[in-house]
Write a protein that binds this ligand. Structure first.
Ligand code: AMP
Length: 316
């Protein structure tokens, strides 16, 4: 593990910096990526700073990516934010630069990079980037754009400051960020916005959630439903936290059917740690919020059976 000082020195010395994040970006991935970029661009107007990764879909209101060519990587410092393991880095050219830094808040299952900074106690990667900028003195600048991006990431990964990962420090940093010139209310509204068909999907969740006596629950979101609502598998992400509002539901698995018949798995918990269960099904993530993959509906059921066992152990 390296210090902020070592990372800041490396940033100061690099003429060109390319910042990557994970596939299927969420507000924290994009917020930490753009927040870091904005703070570097303001402190070093002569440096080239590029954002790399696949398209961001409906999250273009947070950030859009740059066109990054193969030759851009020559002599570049590459920084990967919010990404636990190399296969999940969006744009696999991340290893074509002169050096590589990992900055993340997920369990450090794949300690890649020449320099690395991982803090699993941070609510979000955006919180770590905020700490990095604050530690840098004049070597990085907390601009209004950096503050807005980092605030967006923190709001996203804390479920608007509701999840247990929210600490006194998280709130102090958020308070510092909203002293900048941007509209936090507009961000909060945008973050909670759903389309009418996404709201209909919320209704489906309540109608179809299967709740075990242990407090573990399961939901399958079939392709046919997504198609009838004209939603993509990504759009279904807005309902991932919905079961947690129900009395008697303490952990849940949501399987979203993909167009090839496999399932993207979302695991959430308010008690038992579920990231090892996710890892056993080609996934990973945080102790209380993880993702995985299932080949078919039988594997989703298998994950549910394993989740019930974890919930039962936790209840004992
Ligand atoms: P999601 O359910 O997609 O919102 O993901 C919850 C958390 O698990 C996030 O921190 C993701 O980065 C992580 N995650 C999701 N899918 C995977 C995967 N296939 N492998 C490793 N981590 C994942």
């Amino acid at each position: 593990m390296n210090t902020f000082g070592e990372i800041i020195d490396k940033i100061s010395a690099a003429p060109k910096i390319i910042i990557h994040r994970h596939v299927h970006p969420d507000p924290d991935a994009l917020g930490s990526q753009l927040g870091l970029a904005a703070s570097i661009r303001a402190a070093y107007p002569d440096k080239t700073v590029l954002l790399a990764g696949e398209g961001v879909g409906d999250l273009a209101w947070i950030s859009t990516m740059d066109q990054v060519t193969d030759s851009d990587y020559q002599g570049a410092l590459v920084i990967v934010v919010d990404t636990a393991d190399r296969p999940r880095i969006s744009d696999q050219r991340y290893n074509q630069g002169a050096s590589l830094i990992k900055i993340d808040h997920h369990p450090n299952i794949d300690p890649y990079g020449d320099l690395l900074y991982v803090d699993t106690s941070a609510s979000s990667c955006s919180e770590i980037i905020g700490n990095l900028i604050n530690a840098a003195g004049t070597k990085l600048h907390m601009t209004d754009q950096a503050a807005a991006s980092l605030y967006t990431g923190i709001v996203g990964d804390t479920g608007r400051f509701l999840y247990p990962s929210t600490t006194v420090h998280t709130l102090n940093l958020a308070a510092q960020l909203i002293s900048h010139n941007f509209d936090p209310n507009a961000i909060n509204l945008k973050m909670g916005e759903v389309t009418l068909n996404q709201a209909r999907l919320q209704g489906y969740v309540y109608d179809h959630l299967q709740v075990d006596i242990s407090g573990a629950a399961k939901l399958i979101v079939p392709q046919s439903l997504l198609q009838s609502l004209d939603l993509s598998a990504e759009d279904a992400h807005v309902v991932v936290s919905t079961p947690g509002r129900l009395k008697g539901v303490h952990s849940w698995v949501m399987g979203v059917e993909q167009s090839d018949g496999s399932y993207r798995i979302h695991l959430r918990s308010q008690g038992p740690e579920i990231n090892e269960l996710a890892a056993a099904h080609h996934g990973g993530g945080h102790p209380l919020a993880s993702g995985a993959k299932a080949q078919d509906e039988a594997e989703v059921q298998q994950i549910f059976t394993e989740l019930i066992a974890l919930q039962q152990q936790f209840n004992e």
